[in-house]
Design a protein around this ligand. Structure first.
Ligand code: DX5
Ligand code: ZN
Length: 216
């Protein structure tokens, strides 16, 4: 059984609360909240006030916040206060990872570190013992609806082996192009958490899509 984290980037923002409730009722374990600054990635999405509204409206939801921003350190506290359960930031961002991790922990959130497709899994080595979750990108961050990059699979396998060798317990999450076909490859390679945007929210039956992914 996989944990499904639907990416609300692909939701219909006109009825965002209802879309969130629908996927949670269908068995989503958390909600993936993609923050983009138009600098770290060539796109802008949504930020703190949207998270605050969703958290207020659906207090039981666990928000898996994915910061695709150049300076995560300056925003950790604001996202934590707005209701983030876990804060993912990119190893490739411009801030000192140790400082960002300390800020996330001090704010009372779970820690997540993310790598882009071009970053090797070994680059995470110095940080693994401080992480609750590792996010392996399976597309270049910035847009939903892209094609899955199979090169993420070897990274998942390597990180799973590393976790075992080190006796750690971080979750392995994969994000980008995850659908019925690619999800099976990811869970076989070691993914515990499946982020899925378009394959859930653009589906004719989003609840069914969540249930199928959760059964992987
Ligand atoms: C991409 C985002 C993803 C995106 C995934 O930069 O991090 O979370 O929403 O969308 P799909 O599942 O459509 O690839
Ligand atoms: Zn994401």
């Amino acid at each position: 059984m996989a944990i499904v984290s639907p990416s609300i980037l692909s939701a219909d923002f006109c009825g965002l609360g209802d879309q969130c409730r629908l996927v949670l009722e269908a068995g989503a374990g958390m909600l993936h909240f993609d923050v983009m600054d138009g600098h770290f990635v060539p796109n802008i999405s949504f930020g703190v006030p949207v998270l605050a509204s969703l958290h207020q409206g659906i207090p039981s939801a666990f928000f898996d916040v994915h910061l695709m921003i150049s300076h995560p350190l300056a925003y950790v506290d604001a996202f934590a206060r707005a209701g983030a359960g876990l804060i993912n930031f990119h190893l490739e961002s411009e801030d000192d990872p140790a400082a960002v991790l300390a800020a996330i922990r001090a704010a009372g959130c779970k820690t997540g570190m993310t790598i882009k497709p071009g970053t090797p899994a070994e680059a995470l080595d110095p940080w693994l013992d401080q992480l609750d979750l590792v996010l392996v990108m399976s597309v270049e961050p910035g847009f939903g609806g892209q094609k899955f990059m199979p090169s993420c699979l070897d990274k998942l396998t390597a990180l799973k082996a590393r976790r075992e060798a080190l006796g750690l317990a971080f979750l392995l999450e994969v994000d980008g192009g995850v659908n019925d076909e690619t999800a099976a490859l990811c869970t076989r390679a070691g993914a515990d958490v499946l982020v899925a945007g378009s394959s859930v929210f653009a589906a004719a039956d989003p609840a069914g899509a969540v249930a199928r992914l959760a059964a992987m």
